[in-house]
Design a protein around this ligand. Structure first.
Ligand SMILES: [Zn+2]
Length: 369
């Protein structure tokens, strides 16, 4: 391909990735032979709308989708689409009962015949395809007025960290900023308040103070605190969503709340706890649970198995304590698990997490009575 063509394809790919970034688990097709051929069979197994017609006498082939088609001849360096003739670098061949297509013809199929939005990459030995989920569920009307985003930890309190030294406070901040920017673009009228937008230490009670000041301004406010989990074992994976309760649901939740509350609990805060705990209203708790359940659904959809759900749980987190509005705390995944920690650091994954959370917020605010 010419340089500028590569640039344009690159740009299209870049833009589509930038605007969507919501691929499902990728599928890959290994190349066949030195010329990086892709067999039509493996392609049509993924894209079921593709049909092939070969006239063995004339060696003419047609790949047809619902409304469009690409025509070419075996061992020829041209294909025809919409009556325009395009040159390709290698010829399609028929070998061992398989039609083998060169990468540029496969790309032409993606562009002209595949209706679904996909992203793809020709790697070293295989083609990787990511199917893109349409952004439905993210385009509804936002009834919520205010969202408080709380990036867990910060400054002198790094939270947990992974084996390579990446810290929870950085991942929670980056994800919070991605979430904020996504929401700003999508729902300009929603007021977003960040408890921190830089690497700053903020007391836990200060965070709920910031939030509650907003809650008094509008009843339609919610609070979301973002964290990453950690375990002594490398094995545990998955995200968890917590809502405040004075009766934590599991022993694990109790232990986790001790870890997350560590900063506050270093000080003598018994009185603060007592006062704030008394403020928990049944409305806030009921709504928080509903928000947690919807956020779980949204995250399950948008993470599509890359980070699995460990469920919605009750816990006694200081940062949620005394909240005057529905509030949840999301442990987005385990830093102690190597693969999950890598995922959590990817901006692409942070955007998926954000979209999952937004889908949950929309569902929550639309179903609220
Ligand atoms: Zn944390």
């Amino acid at each position: 391909m010419e340089k500028n063509k590569i640039f344009i394809w690159g740009l299209i790919l870049f833009l589509s990735i930038q605007s969507k970034l919501n691929a499902e688990n990728p599928t890959s097709i290994p190349f066949i032979g030195k010329n990086n051929y892709i067999s039509f069979g493996s392609l049509s197994a993924i894209f079921k709308n593709l049909k092939l017609k070969i006239d063995y006498g004339s060696q003419k082939c047609r790949i047809i989708s619902d409304k469009s088609e690409i025509r070419f001849k075996l061992d020829s360096l041209f294909y025809v689409h919409d009556s325009s003739i395009e040159k390709i670098s290698r010829a399609p061949v028929y070998r061992n009962h398989k039609l083998l297509l060169p990468p540029d013809l496969v790309e032409a199929i993606f562009i002209h015949l595949i209706k679904e939005d996909i992203s793809y990459e020709f790697g070293k030995d295989r083609l990787v395809i990511d199917k893109i989920i349409p952004e439905e569920g993210l385009s509804g009307k936002m009834k919520l007025k205010r969202l408080i985003i709380d990036a867990g930890h910060g400054g002198k309190d790094p939270g947990s960290s992974d084996a390579k030294g990446y810290q929870e406070k950085d991942i929670t901040l980056k994800t919070s900023l991605v979430l904020r920017d996504f929401l700003k673009k999508k729902f300009p009228s929603l007021k977003i308040i960040m408890t921190r937008s830089s690497d700053k230490f903020i007391e836990l009670e200060e965070r709920s103070k910031i939030a509650n000041a907003e809650a008094l301004r509008s009843k339609d406010s919610i609070f979301i605190s973002l964290h990453c989990n950690s375990s002594i074992s490398e094995e545990p994976t998955g995200f968890e969503i917590y809502f405040l309760s004075q009766t934590p649901s599991t022993e694990m939740a109790r232990e986790l709340s001790i870890i997350e509350n560590k900063v506050l609990d270093n000080k003598n805060t018994r009185d603060v706890k007592k006062i704030q705990a008394g403020m928990l209203s049944s409305y806030v708790q009921r709504s928080s649970k509903k928000l947690a359940v919807n956020a779980e659904k949204g995250l399950e959809k948008w993470l599509s198995g890359r980070i699995v759900s460990r469920g919605v749980k009750k816990a006694d987190f200081s940062v949620l304590r005394g909240s005057l509005m529905p509030a949840i705390l999301i442990e987005m995944g385990y830093l102690s698990n190597k693969k999950e920690s890598e995922l959590l650091r990817l901006e692409k994954m942070q955007l998926k997490l954000s979209k999952g959370i937004v889908a949950g917020i929309l569902e929550y605010s639309n179903s609220k009575n």
